[in-house]
Design a protein around this ligand. Structure first.
Ligand code: BV8
Ligand code: ZN
Length: 240
């Protein structure tokens, strides 16, 4: 694949690269994206029906079982070439920061060392009542399992629709969008706020925004470079 010399120059000179990812970067690992009509997770469910605190209050067992179904789907899947190339970038660039909307943990598993998980991590749980972290060590027939501290219901450690992102994660991500030399936007439809505002903010701060996506998104207009294609194809060619 041919890359614009200006893009390659910016990468060569970059001291700090921010990489913002969405579900598309995990698609080639076998994890359905959220809005892909054929296979998207939401294709069979409405996000508002399941990924909200109201849904959990209304029907905790169904929400818990949906997350267990997703965990089972992800459990044996591996980071793909895009995750690995992004992690390997840390050996070439003084500072690389991952800002991901994904909850699958694949950037960590690929070896990225500085990962901001804006929407949490599906492998974590905490108590819906007392919010203490919970590690499931013993099998239980309770669905959802109960908190060892207050007997409240355990919930997955993700940010639901209608919940605020954790302040430290959000402020750090916004700061990086303002200061990184290059801001990659990979595999996101840019529909979920406030995460979707990061590429726009980076561009407004004069950062070089590079969009990688097989489809057009509303952020194409904010990007200095748009690379049309799959992350697993483009990212290793561009970064390695
Ligand atoms: C908030 C964790 C303040 C859960 C997720 C009404 C009430 C309250 C809030 C709102 C409201 N209306 C709107 C909002 C804001 C709301 C929002 O944005 N809603 C959307 C639907 C409009 N946001 C929130 O609620 C956020 N919090 O606003 O707090 C607040 C607080 C209280 C009250 C009011 C406001 C919290 C949002 C976090 C939601 N949690 N995940 C879980 O996973 O179960 S979001 C979920 O969507 C995932 O994290 C996912 O990453 C994210 C975004 O989707 P994408 O990653 O972009 O995935 P998508 O499928 O859409 O796109 C994939 C892309 O990849 C496509 O472009 C495709 O072309 C491309 N692709 C495909 N294959 C490849 C590829 N690219 C590269 N390579 C490939 N091979
Ligand atoms: Zn508790």
């Amino acid at each position: 694949m041919h890359f614009d010399p200006d893009l390659l120059d910016k990468l060569r000179g970059a001291r700090h690269i921010a990489v913002f990812t969405g579900a598309g970067v995990s698609a080639e690992s076998g994890i359905p994206t959220f809005r892909d009509a054929q296979t998207g997770l939401w294709a069979n469910f409405r996000a508002e029906d399941l990924a909200t605190p109201e849904a959990f209050r209304r029907d905790p067992a169904t929400v818990w079982k949906w997350y267990e179904w997703r965990r089972d789907l992800m459990r044996n899947l591996q980071p793909n070439a895009a995750h690995l190339a992004i992690a390997a970038l840390e050996r070439l660039v003084p500072r690389v920061t991952m800002i991901t909307q994904n909850v699958d943990g694949l950037h960590h598993r690929a070896g990225s060392t500085d990962v901001i998980e804006l929407h949490g991590n599906i492998w974590n749980n905490f108590c819906f009542q007392c919010r203490k972290p919970a590690v499931l060590t013993t099998p239980t027939s309770d669905i959802p399992p109960r908190c060892a501290h207050c007997d409240g219901m355990l919930r997955p450690g993700v940010v639901w629709f209608g919940e605020s992102l954790t302040a430290p994660a959000w402020h750090r991500a916004a700061d990086l969008s303002e200061h990184a030399d290059v801001f990659f936007c990979i595999g996101t439809s840019s529909l979920v706020e406030p995460a979707a505002s990061l590429p726009r903010y980076a561009q407004s701060c004069g950062r070089v925004v590079i969009q990688i996506n097989p489809e057009a998104t509303m952020h194409d207009g904010f990007a200095r470079h748009v690379l049309r294609g799959k992350a697993g194809d483009i990212v290793p060619q561009l970064l390695c």
